[in-house]
Design a binder for this molecule. Structure first.
Ligand code: FAD
Length: 106
């Protein structure tokens, strides 16, 4: 299996890309799909210590899925929580859409 770092980098790319593709005005069905996806993701993520912490985070900070902007910021804050835990720099969530939807190079 990929190491925790490679898996993490790829997974954040997927999750932030899902946020970027999420509608600005999602239907109730789209909101419920995203909620369900994230709940199952937090159970199935194959780094078990990461998954446990992420589930605890989701229990504390209720997921927000009412718009692209809401979910993008919720996810950015969740990612920052992991950044802090690992001693990585905190990301400016005002820039998440520029990073993940419009796009820039690392
Ligand atoms: P990453 O953190 O993977 O970030 C990739 C890119 O995303 C960055 O280069 C930056 O451009 C951008 N970015 C950074 N922060 C944000 C943000 N807040 N919002 C939007 N974009 C951002 N690793 C562990 O060792 N222990 C854990 O408990 C752990 N838990 C994890 C939980 C989840 C749900 C996920 C997906 C990953 C977890 N990881 C964990 C992996 C860890 O978060 C990193 O992915 C890994 O350490 C590689 O880090 P990186 O420096 O390449 O950048």
């Amino acid at each position: 299996p990929p190491d925790v770092e490679t898996l993490g980098r790829s997974t954040w790319t997927l999750l932030h890309s899902i946020a970027a593709a999420y509608p600005p005005v999602p239907t109730p069905a789209e909101q419920s799909d995203l909620r369900g996806f994230m709940r199952l993701f937090s159970k199935l993520y194959p780094c078990w210590v990461c998954a446990e912490d992420f589930q605890r985070y989701m229990a504390r900070k209720e997921i927000r899925v009412r718009s692209r902007d809401e979910f993008g910021n919720w996810l950015c804050e969740a990612h920052n929580e992991v950044n802090k835990k690992l001693g990585k720099p905190v990301f400016d969530c005002g820039l998440w859409e520029e990073r993940w939807r419009v796009g820039w190079r690392d």
